[in-house]
Design a protein. Structure first.
Length: 125
């Protein structure tokens, strides 16, 4: 999945289906510090939508932050795409994401984010 940053204030994240057996399986993660309210947009490298409630963000330096949405976001886990807009140079826990559907192209549910929890995701063997 790649992150697109059009106009530096909005982005859409697109996930390509992997070889995983269960698309909505959330890999184990170990907390690696205190949760943060915001992360700098310029450091975002990838977003991995795990299901309707969990998104892992990879930042530069291979740092990962897991966001668990306060409520399920319908369509997020199946579409694996979302957009957001912000006037700041950061993506924050108070921001809203909007699910993007591809067929037909349309906007879906809008959902609030949660805190950015730094995590370590163990490598698969």
């Amino acid at each position: 999945m790649r992150i697109l940053l059009p106009a530096a204030i909005a982005f859409a994240a697109l996930a390509s289906p992997g070889a995983a057996r269960d698309r909505n399986a959330v890999p184990d993660a170990v907390a690696d510090g205190k949760p943060q309210s915001c992360v700098p947009i310029t450091q975002l490298r990838e977003s991995l939508v795990r299901n309707d409630r969990v998104i892992d963000f990879r930042l530069s330096g291979d740092r990962y932050y897991r966001v668990t949405l306060p409520q399920s976001c319908p369509g997020l886990g199946s579409e694996r795409r979302f957009a957001y807009q912000t006037s700041l140079s950061q993506l924050c826990s108070t921001d809203i994401i909007t699910v993007l559907y591809t067929s037909p192209v349309m906007r879906g549910a809008s959902c609030g984010l949660g805190e950015f929890q730094p995590v370590r995701i163990p490598k698969k063997r």
